[in-house]
Design a protein around this ligand. Structure first.
Ligand SMILES: [Zn+2]
Length: 68
């Protein structure tokens, strides 16, 4: 997902300056920051948060790059 939450339940937007580890705002599970190269835009990276393994499958927030 593009947004995660920190310990104060504030919204964090994924990006190069964002914390490497945060929480899923939906299920509270740990999420980690990922960067994926975007080939359309001069090597810019797409940043997103992804659940750590073992997250509740009931969480409706998708892991992975935004827009898929
Ligand atoms: Zn979740």
């Amino acid at each position: 997902m593009q947004f995660a939450a920190n310990g104060n339940n504030e919204r964090l937007e994924a990006g190069p300056e964002a914390p490497k580890v945060a929480k899923c705002p939906q299920c509270g599970y740990t999420v980690t920051l990922r960067g994926r190269k975007q080939f359309r835009r001069n090597g810019d990276k797409t940043w997103f948060y992804r659940h750590k393994q073992g997250f509740p499958k009931t969480c409706s927030l998708r892991s992975g790059p935004p827009g898929r």
